[in-house]
Ligand binder design. Sequence first.
Ligand code: FAD
Length: 408
Amino acid sequence: DEPVVIIGAGQAGTLTAEALRAGGHAGPITLLGEEPHAPYHRPPLSKAWLAGEIGEAQLMLRAPEMLAKKGITLRTGTRALAIDRAARQVRLEDGSVLPYAGLVLATGAAPRTLALPGADAPNVLPLRSRDDASRIAVALARCAEAQWPVVVIGGGFIGLEVAATARKKGLQVTVLEAAPRLLGRVLAPMLSDWFAELHRGKGVELELQARIECIETEGGEAVAVRLTDGRRLPCGLVVLGVGVSANDALARAAGLACEQGIVVDACARTADPRIVAAGDCTARRLADGSLLRLESVHNATEQSKSAAAALLGQERPFTATPWFWSDQYERKLQMAGLSSGAEAWALRGELGGAAFSVFHYRAGRLIAVDSVNDAKMHLLARKLLDAGVSPAPEQAADAGFDLTGLLA
Ligand code: FAD
């Protein structure tokens, strides 16, 4: 019946709280969230929520009443300031302390900023929280009215989703990406090129290998982005999509190992047996000693189950194949597995067709599959990867070959 304190009321924190209750923890569970909102889904913030296609109810992850019913005390607007591991307590912003027998760190990640002149202007906005999304929505409406273009810095998933949403609203959009291709660290070159064409076909001005000199301001507001080649892109809003860093300051200050995030094992445990961590704030130590940082709903969900199990004295390693998705225009990209280090690819279906998938190979083995509007293939890919089944590239590329048969 000992108290568990969870810092961070996002995907990972909320699901850990529920998994603890479901797993039989009978003591108090306190879920601390610094944001003023009850737990909500983050993915729609750049997609359906920003587009105004879904409302409050669909954004909500768990209603406070639902959590209360499970005996989970949600404290929104409450920031944890420090962890005292010797005394086993968490100090809150208001000076009070909360004792714990088990502590869950689920603090998420914070958007990176740019060290550029003008990047601190009020219409240069990152997108991480619901409040960020509201600010961007207001700024988009203002741009639509005044016919000001939007510049998105960063051609990653969030930047491209915001670009797609802004185009859907009829805004003029430029995406600036520093790398030579879009999503180069995760996608096969053919898919990067296809995404570039998709956005250009929808009217986005896309600049690869873009070099930004500064953001020009007038009266404190950003009015243009200047490139190092001298070009000036006028704008009414700059959206920053340049990645995130793990929120690991509390863990660091408490002496826990942090390297790209709070270091945990496959069971979401830190080196302190009373402290577990889950979600975007973590970096998972793999069997070969390397660290894996994932920022996805699936990762947060799996690690929450492991974290709750660990506090209940059980070992539940996270071994499932990671997956992720992204919605851009009428296309849904679904990715299974980890594609880093891929050296060969097989295309199933026609690039740009109604549904197609790209299979990634490393050292002759299947390591990941990216599917576009091909949900069936995505689900099958997860099964193949979970089972360690590697179809030959010729089989993957042959749409007539029954891959399901390989699972039998
Ligand atoms: P978060 O959801 O960030 O929750 C952490 C919470 O902890 C935050 O509310 C934070 O305010 C709070 N916190 C931090 N420090 C403290 C403190 N000291 N005291 C109290 N509270 C604190 N993933 C996908 O798989 N597919 C997608 O399509 C997708 N789209 C996305 C689109 C956007 C715009 C964003 C921002 C993310 C998207 N993601 C997507 C990523 C996914 O949302 C995250 O991986 C997931 O939310 C991680 O959950 P988390 O609980 O670890 O972190």
